[in-house]
Design a binder for this molecule. Structure first.
Ligand code: SIN
Length: 514
């Protein structure tokens, strides 16, 4: 299908941006600066969401020549493609790395206080599967918070209308195009028409019992897009971050940048097991490290440990320097009773990022005219089967800006063949009614870092046996969205019968020993 929608360039459009992370706010600011009438809709307060939690930083090659650094966009692209396990779209990757310097410069101009050396050059961190240190960071390990604060300030200063505590319920579709959105605000349903809707609601981390995703990440944009008939792709690719503090309380991520600085993973015998799985050890692609951590933890019957004590013994380093480089991690681990400068800390994986999402072209256009998707909600093709560390803030900035720039261009997009649907019915395998914790448990157990075909089949049968919760409360809408995305995700996983990147199938018990 080819759909077209003529737009005249000088005309200001009414644009609804649903979501307030780096992708949504960049899109909103660019659309506003281009003269469009923009309204931002966020489920909680502006700035709440995954962006503000990002620790490591934003990947990108900038000022490499001026700073005498051996790095290039081509090397960044090559690392991104390698991490993506052959399933990234090279054209989208070229766009991503090529526009990194401009978007990082924009963030600097909007007031993000990136960390700098005494000469004023941006400091560059190293993370797993990067061939060079190219991660710009702020506040040590508080990059997302700094970016979020700067963008929220810019949106408020620009006078862009922001509707907080307002939730997307559905997209308004007529004549095959998206014409606005149905919203839930203060218990009331409101239909808002718009020339374009940009989905930037983040991922669906709340599908899983263990996740780094904040409470707002319930797959709202992806579920609404599915109901509206937009194509989705790569939903089977969920990234599990290997090093979340294994301790009671909310999931707390220990940044890969800590391993980039030299921290190591050890088992109960003090063995550095990551090298058994990959020659790059702790800095292997994230999916590889995650599986190594899960397997070792299962074998020894308890969590493995992240050992950062060696950093403090390096020349010029000590506990104070560790705390300065990673102030958030230092504070939170101490609050939870750990002295990470002197003793290894227990870590375990958690769902962290969804590589798939609403299928888009390189300008954020989905298969439905009038509907754009950016950030974690979108499947732009840059991540393939496994996202390279710190490429997500970059993706949000790059494709948020591009979607805004594409708003008043003619709509020409060929619909994707990637839409994933599987209408087969089968019997329930888990007893008991639907509840969010039951869904999260099921997804963690059967759709986590190590999957089996049998487990996926049981998971699919179960989610299909559950009746979607009714009602128009925020919780009921979120639960329906989670259930819908879960079904699409499991069906996508079953449709890919081979292991690749973050989608890993253990041998079926029936085949072991054959
Ligand atoms: C981290 O700091 O380890 C997370 C960075 C990312 O997910 O890109």
């Amino acid at each position: 299908m080819t759909a077209s929608r003529e737009r005249r360039a000088p005309e200001a459009l009414h644009v609804l941006v649903i979501g307030g992370g780096i992708a949504g706010l960049t899109a909103a600011l660019h659309a506003h600066e281009a003269g469009h009438r923009v309204e931002v809709v966020v489920k909680d307060a502006l700035g709440d969401g995954a962006t503000a939690l990002a620790q490591g930083g934003i990947a990108g090659v900038y000022d490499a020549d001026a700073d005498g650094v051996a790095d290039s966009p081509a090397a960044h692209a090559a690392d991104t493609l390698t991490a993506g396990a052959g399933l990234s779209d090279p054209t989208a990757v070229d766009v991503l790395v090529g526009e990194a310097p401009a978007r990082i410069a924009e963030l600097v101009a909007r007031g993000v206080p990136f960390d700098r050396d005494p000469q004023g050059r941006l400091l560059r961190g190293l993370e797993a599967a990067h061939s060079a240190a190219r991660i710009a960071h702020a506040g040590g390990d508080a990059t997302g918070a700094a970016i979020s604060a700067a963008l929220v300030r810019a949106v408020r200063d620009a006078g862009v209308a922001a509707h907080e505590h307002t939730m997307l319920v559905d997209l308004l579709v007529s004549d095959g195009a998206v014409r606005g959105a149905r919203l839930l605000a203060a218990g009331r349903i409101v239909d808002v028409s718009a020339d374009a809707v940009i989905l930037a609601t983040g991922g669906a981390g709340r599908l899983f019992r263990h996740t780094t995703a904040p409470a707002v990440c319930t797959g709202d944009g992806i579920a609404a897009a599915l109901r509206a008939g937009a194509a989705v792709a790569d939903l089977e690719f969920v990234q599990f971050h290997p090093t979340i503090l294994a301790a009671p309380g909310p999931a707390f991520l220990i940044s890969e940048a800590v391993r980039g600085e030299g921290a190591i993973l050890v088992d109960d015998d003090g063995h550095r097991f990551a090298f058994d799985a990959h020659p790059d050890g702790e800095l292997a692609p994230r999916d590889v490290v995650t599986r190594a951590v899960v397997r070792r933890a299962r074998e020894q019957g308890g969590p493995v440990r992240l050992d950062a004590t060696g950093l403090c013994r390096r020349e010029g380093w000590n506990a104070e320097r560790l705390a300065r480089r990673f102030p958030t991690i230092d504070r939170v681990t101490r609050e939870r009773g750990f002295d990470w400068a002197h003793r290894p800390i227990p870590v375990t994986p958690a769902a962290h990022y969804l590589m798939g999402g609403v299928a888009t072209d390189a300008d954020g256009r989905t298969t439905l005219p009038g509907l754009y998707a950016v950030g974690e909600t979108a499947r732009t093709g840059v991540h393939g089967a496994n996202r390279l560390a710190s490429n997500s803030l970059l993706e949000g900035a790059v494709f948020g800006a591009r979607a805004a720039a594409a708003l008043d261009t003619p709509w020409i997009r060929t619909s994707s063949e990637d839409a994933q649907r599987d209408e087969e019915d089968s019997a329930a395998a888990f007893p008991g009614p639907f509840s969010r914790p039951a869904l999260q448990e099921l997804m963690w157990d059967l759709v986590g870092p190590l999957r089996t075909v049998e487990g996926l089949e049981r998971a699919l049968a179960t989610v299909r046996s559950w009746s979607p919760p009714e009602g128009l409360t925020r919780a009921a809408v979120e639960d329906r969205n989670l259930l819908q995305v879960a079904e699409a995700m499991i069906a996508a996983a079953l449709a890919r019968p081979v292991s690749v990147g973050a989608h890993h199938l253990e041998p079926s018990p029936a085949l072991i020993g054959v």
